[in-house]
Ligand binder design. Structure first.
Ligand SMILES: [Zn+2]
Length: 165
């Protein structure tokens, strides 16, 4: 019995060697259906855990505008992420985007992105570094009418200046 078995409740089934077995009330419960220690409730929870971890790794998210981000992770390993450029946002020192295959948002440190120039160039236009930025006052007007679904001559004028906002 391993040192931490009492913490995780996990043990190895002495009959079939299954590592997801459990000790409960002095007997061994085993998720292996063909084992005499088989326990249905445990088998179900093991199945659920396996499904959950598989879901984390698979998916069929296919971006309309895919872009590859070459990244050097904290261990110094080169990794490549494919993300949806349309979902790309800059947040302080990170780039955030929906990634393949799950479509879940990932946050990558800008300093570790090897092709940062290319990634920034793929930002939706309104976030591009050289795109004209509305002033605080103009931004307020844009936000107000967007929120209320209304319009005004001033709003139209500002919209014309910043069509991507
Ligand atoms: Zn067993």
């Amino acid at each position: 019995m391993g040192l931490f078995d009492f913490l995780t409740g996990k043990t190895i089934c002495p009959r079939c060697g299954n590592t997801n077995a459990k000790k409960a009330a002095g007997r061994i419960l085993c998720p292996n259906r063909s084992c005499s220690n088989f326990d249905a409730a445990l088998a179900r929870s093991v199945d659920q855990r396996a499904n959950a971890s598989q879901r984390g790794l698979s998916g069929n998210f296919s971006p309309r505008r895919p872009i590859e981000i070459r990244y050097c992770d904290f261990q110094g390993l080169d990794r490549t992420f494919t993300v949806d450029a349309d979902s790309l946002v800059r947040r302080k020192n990170h780039m955030v985007a929906n990634a393949v295959p799950t479509g879940r948002k990932i946050s990558l440190s800008r300093a570790r992105i090897q092709n940062l120039g290319e990634v920034e160039a793929a930002l939706p236009e309104r976030f591009a570094p050289d795109a004209p930025q509305p002033s605080a006052r103009e931004r307020q007007v844009l936000a107000y009418h967007k929120k209320h679904g209304s319009t005004s001559p001033l709003y139209e004028k500002i919209r014309a200046k910043y069509p991507n906002w």
